[in-house]
Design a protein around this ligand. Structure first.
Ligand SMILES: [Zn+2]
Length: 431
């Protein structure tokens, strides 16, 4: 969905240039379809969509049913008898499905299936796919094609994509015995296609083997998992990668210059997968279609307003509840407030309170499109977590009940916490 505001602003610019008049704010407002549209940030330049409101494009749909298929592979030099496949599938599939069901308030069903009866042998040894260099697209493509070929071959159907299960996302699981140099997981973004040509199709130098206009589309995305998937809580790696398939960015600094939670603490598993408050940000839930416009208060004009925030992690009943306050400071930047509580997938959280963060759709994935306003000057590991599971706005020390974002002239003050409803009242002063 293209933001109505984007269309409105484009139309306004055209009109403005033709008449040399200064467009008035009332005219802009009259062109905006709903009061929340002004807070739906446009994508940044160069088609950077990571933090823009529109998640469409070739991304996997974030509402309805997402079908994922897990395929277990091994290698000539790292073989497995597959005895772990069923156990891994059982723990991960149920947990992933439950996570998305809870976080999306029932808007997204992730249905995972797997062939746990067979491990498919890759034609090349485990180290031949370039994991040591970060599994570059060429090797990733080869890895995916080899896996699909192995499946079709095992079903006596070389080159026949019709034997593959129906899926939106292909999840490739390596054996626990593979001695990878790099434990990271990688996503292949172009649509996965199997060539129509007879035989297995060629990988070699033919980069259209899995990506191109020819052939049969078998999945929107493929994920090649590393060893992180085998860790306790490895299912959250699957949740993270599935978030990418729907268009969400990385919220940790991908250049490795700082610890994974440096920018957003432990408050989104798009940054850290092993923390106490892994739920998706309200801004992400909103743009994924899980949160209605009516649950968002959008501020575009200066002044003082008061808002009652309901817990982000609970399904909101009725139209009176607010789960996010968004102050749009430009067409591509905003400050967001949401209440993070010990509920839903954040049930381990110890530092409940109100979270404030900036969103900037000009900043690409992995470079900080979302940053929490911290305000804490004491030990961030106060909760025993790493690096921070303390929502910065709270009545509990060492946190503060008021924080100011100087560059935008916005002060957010916590005025009340209702212990019964777990609702948090904030006052927003936008000068
Ligand atoms: Zn990621």
């Amino acid at each position: 969905m293209i933001s109505q505001l984007t269309a409105a602003v484009a139309a306004l610019s055209l009109w403005s240039g033709a008449s040399a008049a200064t467009p008035s704010i009332p005219l802009l407002k009259s062109l905006v379809a709903s009061p929340q549209d002004a807070c739906k940030l446009a994508a940044g330049p160069q088609g950077r969509k990571e933090a823009g409101f529109d998640l469409g494009g070739n991304n996997v749909k974030s509402t309805g049913t997402l079908k994922g298929w897990m395929m277990f592979v091994d290698f000539p030099d790292a073989q497995t008898n597959g005895s772990d496949s069923q156990a891994l599938f059982d723990t991960h599939a149920a947990a992933v499905s439950q996570f998305y069901q809870t976080s999306s308030y029932g808007k997204l069903s992730v249905e995972l299936s797997a062939d746990t009866q067979q491990v498919y042998r890759m034609p090349s040894i485990s180290t031949s796919y370039g994991w040591a260099d970060g599994l570059k697209p060429y090797y990733l493509e080869m890895y995916i094609q080899d896996a699909l070929d192995a499946y079709m071959h095992a079903h006596n159907a070389d080159g026949d994509a019709s034997v593959l299960p129906e899926m939106d996302v292909l999840y490739l699981i390596p054996p626990p015995t593979a001695d990878f140099f790099n434990s990271n997981t990688f996503m292949y973004e172009p649509e996965i296609r199997v060539p129509n040509a007879g035989g297995n199709g060629t990988v070699g130098n033919d980069t259209t083997a899995t990506n191109g206009t020819a052939g049969t589309a078998v999945a929107h995305r493929a994920i090649a998992f590393g060893h992180d998937i085998f860790h306790e809580d490895g299912y959250k790696v699957l949740v993270h990668e599935t978030g990418h398939t729907m268009g969400l960015p990385d919220y940790y600094l991908t250049d490795g210059s700082e610890l994974p939670g440096a920018l957003v603490g432990g408050f989104s598993l798009m940054a850290v997968t092993f923390e106490q408050a892994p739920d998706f940000f309200a801004y992400d839930k909103w743009r994924m279609g899980w949160m209605a416009d009516s649950a968002v208060h959008c501020i575009t004009e200066k002044g003082s307003t008061t808002h009652v925030l309901s817990p982000l992690e609970k399904k909101v009943e009725g139209s009176e509840s607010t789960q996010a306050v968004v102050v749009a400071t430009s067409g591509t930047t905003a400050l967001v407030a949401e209440a993070r509580t010990k509920n839903g997938v954040d049930d381990e959280l110890c530092g409940a309170g109100v979270l404030l963060y900036t969103v900037d759709s000009n900043v690409p994935s992995g470079q900080g499109p979302v940053r929490i306003i911290n305000g804490l000057d004491s030990d961030l590991r106060w909760c025993g977590g790493y690096p921070s599971n303390l929502a910065p706005l709270s009545f509990t020390k060492p946190r503060k009940s008021s924080l100011t974002v100087e560059k935008w002239g916005i002060t957010v003050t916590l005025t009340e916490h209702d212990e019964v409803t777990d609702n948090w009242t904030i006052k927003v002063d936008y000068k």
